[in-house]
Design a binder for this molecule. Structure first.
Ligand SMILES: Nc1nc2c(c(=O)[nH]1)N[C@H]1C(S)=C(S)[C@@H](COP(=O)(O)OP(=O)(O)OC[C@H]3O[C@@H](n4cnc5c(N)ncnc54)[C@H](O)[C@@H]3O)O[C@H]1N2
Ligand code: MOO
Length: 401
């Protein structure tokens, strides 16, 4: 069986970023920039005042000096003339500094009427003047491709006069649950059946990761039906199946997809929960086969589906980040499968994490997963650890899960 790290590498190797699409600026928040944002103008376009006051020549900026007010330049209405010796122009925050002026005195430091202004303080050259291009210059690259656009990026793109942006198309990820016993929430449940929690949990995770989730109808445990359902995903960027991944007589996902030409890259990895993970290509569509057990499916989603969607959207596709934590209980020696124990986190007095795994780690216990704050990582063949040992955790609250 291959390792978690190798499995992730092999899954990512099956995927390429989606193409770009052009969206209105307002719709670009949260999307991944596909082309750099280059300033279409210089900001500010001219030297402008940072305060309400008067523009004058610095040589006249002496306390007690009385100057003639030759005009006003409200923001958006630049003064057409030139400020000469003994003259001043009324300015406001954002006003273009008129020709001839190289100093500004704020109005609180003056006595003024419409015709004249007397300085109570000296004016320093350049003070309160925002220089042209101080923020950015036309042609400057402001945002790099690959950036996930936040509100400040939208503001910066708008300031640089971009009404449209090129972003990565949201990858379409089809979710196919399989099993005779599976019903959708609200549907009649067959005898001994259960409701497909996986379809909706995976769809929610896919959306949180930046994908477009399409929930396919549940396929029964029948090769032809599974193949036909998967064929409906022929235009998807990724097909995710759940269930039917193991070795049982009714675990038919591989067999069903094989009838449609599935090329298996790997099946089974040294991991718990999630051993029967499968990856391959079905025609041109990458396939990620997740186990049916709800916790197995969602832990595999954190470790593999998240990075896969990151790759598809052109974001960094590393493993989920881990943090150190001190374990509050002794840990038994691990076997050869990397383990991911569902656990709660609490802060200690020094601000570090204390992690406590749940005593029962059944991969069907979705309520425990919902209560968990983190996955406590146990490396393959890790030795027993006493209470208080340092371990590493993946936080579940910070990854859309
Ligand atoms: N003899 C062996 N048996 C099993 C092995 C093994 O190595 N040898 N592996 C075990 C492991 S590990 C896992 S994980 C499971 C994986 O099973 P499958 O992927 O084949 O999943 P199913 O058998 O179809 O279902 C397992 C379990 O999950 C429930 N399920 C299925 N789909 C959904 C869904 N959409 N939403 C919620 N729950 C779902 C299903 O009812 C079963 O209870 O195999 C072990 N067995
Ligand atoms: O992957 Mo399975 O959930 O380990 O039992």
């Amino acid at each position: 069986m291959i390792s978690v790290g190798e499995a992730r590498e092999r899954i990512l190797a099956l995927l390429a970023p989606t193409g770009a699409e052009i969206v209105p600026l307002a719709a670009a928040a949260g999307r991944v920039l596909a082309e750099p944002v280059v300033a279409r103008l210089t900001q500010p376009p001219h030297d402008v005042s940072a305060m309400d006051g008067f523009a004058l020549r610095a040589a006249d900026g002496v306390a007690g000096m009385r100057l003639r007010v030759i005009g006003a330049a409200p923001a958006g209405h630049p003064f057409a003339g030139t400020v000469g010796p003994g003259e001043a122009v009324r300015l406001f925050t954002g006003s273009v500094v008129p020709a001839g002026a190289d100093a500004i005195v704020i109005q609180e430091d003056t006595e003024h009427d419409d015709a004249s202004v007397t300085l109570r303080e000296a004016a320093r050259p350049g003070r309160h003047i925002r220089r042209a291009g101080q923020d950015f210059a036309a042609g400057e690259t402001l945002l790099a491709a690959g950036r996930v656009l936040g509100a400040r990026d939208i503001g910066l793109a708008a300031a640089a006069n971009h009404p449209w942006l090129a972003v990565r198309r949201r990858p379409v990820v089809a979710v196919l649950a399989t099993g005779d016993e599976i019903a959708m929430p609200g549907e009649p449940i067959p005898p001994g059946g259960i409701v497909s929690s996986n379809s909706h949990a995976l769809a929610a995770y896919i959306r949180a990761a930046g994908g477009e989730a399409v929930i396919l109808p549940v396929a029964p445990d029948d090769r032809a039906a599974i193949g036909a359902a998967a064929a409906a995903a022929a235009r998807a960027d990724l097909l995710v199946t759940t269930g039917g991944a193991s070795v049982g007589a009714h675990d038919l996902v591989q067999a069903g997809l094989a009838e449609r030409g599935l090329d298996v890259d790997f099946w089974k990895i040294a991991m718990r929960p999630g051993k029967p993970l499968m990856a391959g290509m079905l025609g041109g569509v990458p396939v990620l086969g997740l186990p049916g057990n709800p916790v197995s499916a969602l832990v595999c989603a954190v470790l593999f589906l998240g990075p896969a969607i990151a790759r598809l959207t052109g974001r960094p596709d590393e493993a989920p980040p881990t943090e150190p934590a001190r374990c509050t209980v002794a840990l038994a020696a691990n076997d050869h499968r990397a383990d991911h124990l569902r656990a709660t986190l609490a802060r200690d007095e020094a601000g570090g994490w204390r992690v406590t795994p749940f005593p029962v780690q059944d991969s069907a216990m979705l309520s425990r997963l919902a209560q968990a704050d983190a996955l406590l990582l146990r490396a393959p063949d890790a030795p027993a650890e006493p209470e208080g040992a340092m371990v590493r955790v993946i936080r579940l609250d910070s990854c859309g899960m």
